[in-house]
Design a protein around this ligand. Structure first.
Ligand code: GLC
Length: 594
């Protein structure tokens, strides 16, 4: 029996046997990760490509779980039919459920899970997300993000569990254990990508790089792309005592892949930081898994692609999320190796790390068609867990005169705000499309639906997205849902987090026609509410609750208690951003009324 195909042989023996059989071209193919629209399965077979990914919105048409499985298995079949039959690993961002897939359960984004302070629940979410992901034949999830968002002007604040490194470490490790299951080789186990290493949440406003030679996404209007992918100016002690902490826990929890961050540290792009990637992470901390770049991460290292690859691979990058031009990648890498700019030993180390994880995942042994039932995707049991997470993530910040819970004897309730009845807005970014969307983008239940179900038959409920009701309307209770429009990454960078004129007008319109005003806030971060607080009787932070936002209704009606506690400090003004322990915040981390 050929050693590398012998499932009883030690993985290290299987790796070295396989490596010895591989040509340079086959090794370089394993170091390439290509996005699914940029390569055919024939090319995967011809070039021995080791990984394909779906970026945000990288969906098949039609976007169904069955079509996802067919798309992924088409690539996996092509790889299985190569000379050495090295299986392909498919990656996707299932950052709050298998969120690209229409019909998948969409969980609250990480900032809401942070407010639950419930590691067991987060582990369970990791587990069921893996079931939905593996059911589509995807065995690599680019999660958990263990970012620590110090400046909440950052468009990725909601991907961060908390501003408290210990809480991030606890929840990130819990999610990873849930995702990777009892044994990575089980066909329901999905390898996580702990990201983004390191300091992604510690960048300074205005430091996002502008590179003429990279796609023009980084062009800014003075607000977008102003802090995402910027420069982390923390000294090494702070970097180690804040941003590195969750990675120590993740390594302890069995991390086998880490995604390198776009941000710079000390003026040098993390993708080129040999000290942090090789000396610290692989050396000092003993990380034996493999490092993957972020999307186009190599291209930001130097104007010349050859130089960027040499810098990045020699810094410790093992797999490159190219993600487009795989021919250029392979040819440029071949040249760099032939020139001696990248050593054969570095190539063998990178490929060994990648193959080791593929063996650990059982990809060589579990035939890729032996996967969990497609019925797991969006199943009721998972939606029930999402409802629990929605309820536990809600934080009660103000409750004057016991405005909440709403009494069942209430006679009339007004509901206002587009977000009260919009699945896309309650899910936020990274849902179906990279930037998310509005409207009925995927199955789910809105807060309005939940209120309609929870409210007594004798109670009159009126809904107006604009908050305009019949003249003379005077209701006992008014509920206004204020929502940030969906965004992802640098598109969500904002210089001012105060309410907009429209939001203030909406609050005032409903204030004028109800006795008790309740505001429910859908947001990827704390907003500046100080000026409007005296008009609001009860304020609930619901974050980005996901497909099952209807579950909030039971909390508003007191059928389920408020238990959420802030995992981010809530600033009084923009002057209290970025985070500092000595700020006198409106509400500190840990605050939440019951
Ligand atoms: C994105 C993000 C990263 C994601 C990757 C693949 O740009 O930075 O979090 O996993 O590309 O979609």
């Amino acid at each position: 029996m050929t050693t590398y195909l012998d499932k009883t042989a030690p993985i290290a023996d299987r790796v070295s046997d396989l490596l010895a059989r591989m040509t340079l071209a086959e090794k370089l193919g394993q170091m390439a990760q290509i996005e699914k629209n940029s390569i055919t399965s024939d090319a995967v077979n011809e070039c021995g490509i080791g990984s394909v990914l779906s970026g945000g919105g990288g969906n098949p048409t039609p976007n169904t779980p069955e079509n996802w499985r067919a798309m992924v298995q088409d690539f996996q079949k092509a790889a299985a039919e190569t000379r050495l039959g090295i299986p392909l690993i498919y990656g996707s961002d299932a950052v709050h459920g298998h969120n690209n897939v229409y019909g998948a359960t969409i969980f609250p984004h990480n900032i809401g899970l942070g407010a639950t302070h419930d590691a067991a629940l987060v582990k369970e979410i990791g587990r069921v997300t893996a079931l939905e992901t593996a059911a589509t034949s995807v065995r690599w999830n680019f999660a958990p993000a263990v970012s620590i968002a110090r400046d909440i002007r950052w468009g990725r604040s909601y991907e961060s569990y908390s501003q408290d490194p210990q809480l991030v470490a606890e929840l990130g490790a819990a999610y990873l254990k849930g995702s990777q299951g009892a044994a990575l080789s089980d066909n329901t186990s999905v390898v996580g990508s702990v990201k983004h290493f390191v300091g992604d949440g510690g960048t300074a406003w205005g430091t996002t790089g502008r590179y003429a030679w990279v796609k023009d996404w980084w062009k800014t209007d003075g607000e977008r792309w102003m802090i995402d992918q910027g420069d982390c100016l923390d000294d090494e002690e702070t970097l180690r005592n804040v941003h590195l902490i969750p990675y120590l826990a993740a390594l302890e929890a069995g991390a086998r892949n880490i995604m390198v961050s776009y941000n710079s540290w000390d003026g040098l792009r993390m993708h080129g930081q040999k000290y942090m990637l090789t000396d610290v992470l692989k050396g000092e901390l003993g990380f034996t898994g493999f490092l993957v770049t972020d999307w186009l991460g190599i291209n930001q290292l130097a104007a010349d692609y050859y130089d960027g690859l040499v810098i990045g691979i020699n810094a410790g990058i093992d797999m490159v999320m190219v993600p487009f031009d795989f021919v250029m990648f392979i040819n440029t890498m071949q040249k760099a190796v032939n020139d001696g700019a990248i050593s054969a030993a570095r190539i063998d180390d990178a490929v060994s790390r990648i193959l080791t994880v593929k063996f650990e995942l059982g990809l060589f042994d579990n035939h890729y068609t032996d996967i969990p039932s497609i019925d797991f995707v969006g199943c009721e049991a998972h939606r029930e867990i999402a409802r629990e997470a929605v309820q536990k993530s809600a934080v009660l910040l103000k409750n004057a005169d016991a405005a909440l819970p709403i009494q069942s004897a209430v006679k009339s309730v007004l509901v206002a705000g587009a977000g009260a009845n919009d699945i896309g807005m309650q899910c936020g970014g990274w849902t179906i499309e990279w930037q998310g969307g509005t409207g009925a983008i995927t199955p789910g239940e809105s807060l309005l639906t939940g209120l309609t179900k929870a409210i007594p038959a004798t109670t009159n409920l009126f809904y107006s997205g604009e908050g305009t009701f019949a003249k003379g309307t005077q209701a006992e209770v008014g509920i206004v849902v204020l929502s940030e429009p969906p965004y992802a990454e640098g598109e969500g960078d904002r210089k001012d987090l105060a309410f907009t004129a429209d939001e203030i007008a909406l609050i005032e319109r409903v204030r004028a026609c109800c006795d008790t005003l309740i505001v429910v806030l859908y947001s990827g971060r704390p907003r500046i509410v100080t000026e409007q607080l005296d008009q609001i009787d009860a304020l609930v932070a619901a974050w980005l609750p996901g497909s099952e936002a209807a579950a909030l209704a039971e909390v508003l009606f007191g059928q389920v208690p408020f238990t959420g506690k802030l995992s981010f400090a809530w600033p009084k003004t923009m002057d209290q951003i970025p985070y500092a322990a000595d700020h006198d915040y409106l509400w500190p981390i840990g605050f939440g009324l019951t």
